[in-house]
Structure formats: structure tokens, C-alpha cells
Design a protein around this ligand. Structure first.
Ligand code: PFF
Length: 450
């Protein structure tokens, strides 16, 4: 039997797993959600969700993956309950669909990186709006960029755990952090940037309602890659000595820190030219190119470099996330169906690329590609983020909190007694009661039942 890969060091574990967590969710979705939901007030609630619910949820997936050191379906099936396997299947399906539509936006980022380098984004507001419209409604170009992104992801994953995933994360994550720091400094130095910083740091509780809590919770789960079996798959490559609580806390801190820095990059720049950064998808493709142009009007070369760095940042962040989504299904096909890793990866790439093409067309040239009254892309987003992902996290909590033998949990939590069990009781309480209850609340709210 072929030897299974593991991540080489503690740093590799944090960088690869944080690479999965840090993505478009942090750099694009978090800032505009903060913009729409009361600035710092939203951030405080978001951080509450990350620490109270996100970290216990992450530890649960880590326990499942590291315990059996196998793909998600087998890992969930190995906990003493055969039906647990179903949660693994759900995760594999969820991550495959997410990869399909996530690659559409990632492909747009790649095209905008190319356009920035080629100098195609120079023009006034009308030009930038038209540029986005003509690109996104083209039947071929967005599909090609999206599929291209899935294929790039494929080549990293097909290389294997150490040579592909670990190496890419070790290169891309530090680059991402350096670019982010440069952009935060450039943005905060702009005249009038203080208003954006104030918005981000001074809470306005008047905008906080029940739905803001639920939005924050959904965002926290998506951002931490929870509920998709991704963390479970990555944890299957952790070492027996890895401290699960410490790793979950480090990754959550890094993920939240990067999201807040993304806010510090976007808000000061946007406020300095008088733009409200609360638009949805158009934020990164229409609002920000305009912001860069106006903010650096007197120094076009700086604007040019900033624009390239910004889209490179998005591409790197998206790539480390798509790699993790791809690995979930690849590991499953490889280990369960005994296909060679490269064949397993190709099958998954073909499935995902097909979803990418249909999703891309549904928000572009063929807007009649709809399901339940939504463009296919929005439907996939809704189905995964609002239903499948919370369902995965919910069933994981119920399985671990109520069914799996506590001995197994404590052994994994403490590395078979090598670490202190100080926080174990708090973890168990959260997994038994708090996490499932909060997810249930999101569900009921989603369907207007509360
Ligand atoms: N956490 C990623 C982000 O914030 O963009 C998205 C993600 C990655 C979701 C991996 C699900 C997943 F399995």
C-alpha cells in the first residue's frame, strides 16, 4: 500500500490550513458584509462567532480527520457509526459544488490580474463599468478563465500533499501577507483615509439586528472552511503530535486577522475617494478599479502597481482555497476507488470545470440557466453556503457531541494524554449544545420560521 502523505512541520500545518481558510471569503465577502452590517459592530459579532462556535467546530473536524488519517467519507465512517459516512459524502459533494462556482469568481480575478498588467483597466467610471459588463456577458472568455483556474488547481493537487499542496501554500501564503501589508499601508496613507479606519473600528450598534448575527455566523463558517469536510481532510495529514486546540486557535486568529486587514485595505481607500464599500460582487471588479484610479490620480504608476498587487492577492488567496476544495474529492476517489492520484484529480477537475462553465454562463451570456428562480451560480451559492455547509457542521457536532465515545474525543484532544485537557469540557459543551443550537437558529431564520 502506498504511503500516505503528511504535512512536514507545524508551520506547514498552519500555512496550508490557513491557506484553505483565507480566500475570497476574507478579502472580498468580509469587507462588503462589514460595510452593509454596521462596521465594527459586525466585526465584534463575527469574532464572537469565530471563537465561540468556529474553533469548537474546527476542532471537531480535526478530530475526525486525524483520528482515522483517511479521506472524509472513511474518516466519518470510522467513528463507530456506519451512517457517519454520509456526513463525509455530504462534505465531498458540498466542496465540489463550491469549487465549481468559486472558480468563476476566481477566474474573473485572474482575468483582472491579466488586464491590470496589460493596462486594460485605465479609463473613467463608464469605461470600467462597460469593461466588466462586456467581459462577464461574453459566452466564452469568463468560461475559459474559470476553467483555467480549475486546471491550475488541478496541477497543484495532482502533485500530492507535500510536493503540491504544502509547497504551494508555503510560497503563496507569505506572498499574500506581504502584498496585503503593502496595500494596507498604501491605503491608510491616503488623504481622508481616517474616516474608513473609524468606520472599521468604531462600532455602530444601531444596525445590529437578529439577521446580522446570522449573517456573521454564516460568514464565519464559510471563512473558516467549516462544514465541507475540508478541515477533516487536511487534518488527516496532521501528525499525531499536532496540538489540535492550538492549531485551530492559530488558524482562526490568522483568518480573522487577514479579514480585518482586508477591511483596512479597502475601507480607507474607498472612503478617501467618497465611495461606500458596501456593494456586492461588483465591489472588486467595478468599485475598486475606480478607487485605485481616483486615489492615485496624480501617481498613475503607483495606481498601476497597486492594482496588479491587489488582483495577485485575490488570485493567491483563491488558489490556496480551491486547492483545499479539490483535495477533498481527489483524496476520496484516490483512496476509496483506488484510482491513481492523477486520474482521481482529473475526474474531479472535469466535474468541477463543467459546473464552472454552467455557473459562468448563468451569470453571463445565458441568464435563462436558472434553478428555483435563481441563476445557477446563485443557486449553487445558496444551496452550499446556506444549506449544505451548515448541515455538515450541524451533523458533525451532533455525531461527536452525542454519539461518538468520549474517550476517542479526549484522546485526540490531548494527543493520548500528552497534553492537558483544560479546555476539553468547554469544547464538549459547545459541541453538544451551543454549535448545533446556533446552526439550527440559522436554518429556521433562513426559511423565515423565526
Ligand atoms: N474559506 C474559503 C474562503 O474564505 O474563501 C472558502 C472555502 C474554502 C470554503 C474551502 C469551503 C472550503 F472547503
Amino acid at each position: 500500500m502506498e504511503k500516505r502523505g503528511t504535512f512536514g512541520s507545524k508551520l506547514a500545518i498552519v500555512l496550508t490550513t490557513a491557506g484553505s481558510a483565507v480566500g475570497l471569503g476574507n478579502i472580498w465577502r468580509f469587507p462588503f458584509m462589514t460595510g452593509q452590517n454596521g462596521g465594527a459592530a459586525f466585526i465584534l459579532i463575527y469574532l464572537g462567532c469565530v471563537f465561540l462556535l468556529g474553533i469548537p467546530g474546527m476542532i471537531s473536524e480535526f478530530i475526525v480527520g486525524r483520528h482515522s488519517q483517511s479521506n472524509a467519507a472513511r474518516a466519518y465512517g470510522n467513528l463507530g457509526y456506519k451512517n457517519g459516512r454520509l456526513i463525509g459524502y455530504l462534505g465531498i459533494l458540498t466542496s465540489t459544488i463550491i469549487l465549481g462556482f468559486y472558480a468563476v469568481v476566481a477566474g474573473w480575478c485572474l482575468q483582472y490580474l491579466y488586464a491590470s498588467i496589460a493596462g486594460h483597466l485605465n479609463g473613467d467610471t463608464t469605461y470600467i463599468v462597460e469593461y466588466f459588463k462586456s467581459f462577464s456577458s461574453d459566452p466564452i472568455r469568463p468560461c475559459l478563465w474559470g476553467v483555467g483556474f480549475v486546471v491550475i488547481t488541478h496541477f497543484v493537487v495532482a502533485q500530492g500533499v507535500e510536493k503540491g499542496i504544502e509547497r504551494a501554500s508555503k510560497l503563496l501564503m507569505p506572498l499574500l501577507m506581504i502584498i496585503l501589508i503593502i496595500l494596507v499601508i498604501a491605503s491608510c496613507l491616503l488623504p481622508g483615509a481616517g474616516k474608513g479606519i473609524d468606520f472599521l473600528l468604531k462600532p455602530d450598534f444601531s444596525k445590529v439586528s437578529g439577521s446580522v448575527f446570522l449573517e456573521a455566523l454564516g460568514q464565519a463558517f464559510f471563512s473558516l472552511s467549516l462544514g465541507t469536510a475540508c478541515l477533516c481532510t487536511y487534518a488527516s495529514y496532521f501528525k499525531k503530535e499536532t496540538n489540535l486546540l492550538k492549531s485551530a486557535t492559530q488558524i482562526a486568529l490568522l483568518d480573522s486577522g487577514i479579514a480585518i486587514m482586508a477591511g483596512l485595505m479597502i475601507f480607507p481607500a474607498a472612503f478617501s475617494v467618497g465611495v461606500q464599500p458596501d456593494s456586492g460582487p461588483s465591489l472588486i471588479f467595478i468599485t475598486l478599479p475606480n478607487v485605485f484610479r481616483q486615489a492615485f490620480e496624480s501617481m498613475p504608476i503607483v495606481g498601476f502597481i497597486i492594482s496588479i498587487l491587489f488582483y495577485a492577492l485575490l488570485v493567491f488567496a483563491a488558489l490556496t482555497s480551491t486547492i483545499s476544495m479539490h483535495e477533498i474529492g481527489t483524496a476520496f476517489f484516490h483512496e476509496e476507488l483506488h484510482w491513481a492520484r492523477s486520474k482521481a484529480a482529473w475526474i474531479l477537475t472535469i466535474v468541477c470545470a463543467t459546473i464552472t462553465i454552467f455557473c459562468s454562463l448563468s451569470v453571463g451570456a445565458y441568464s435563462n440557466l436558472q434553478l428555483f428562480g435563481m441563476p445557477l451560480m446563485d443557486f449553487c451559492d445558496f444551496l452550499t453556503a446556506q444549506i449544505m455547509l451548515p448541515a455538515g457542521a450541524f451533523f458533525t457536532s451532533i455525531l461527536l457531541g452525542w454519539f461518538v465515545e468520549q474517550r476517542l474525543l479526549i484522546n485526540e484532544f490531548t494527543n493520548n494524554g500528552a497534553l492537558k485537557a483544560t479546555f476539553f469540557k468547554a469544547y464538549l459543551f459547545s459541541v453538544k449544545f451551543i454549535v448545533p443550537l446556533c446552526i439550527l437558529l440559522i436554518f429556521l431564520h433562513q426559511f423565515n420560521l423565526i
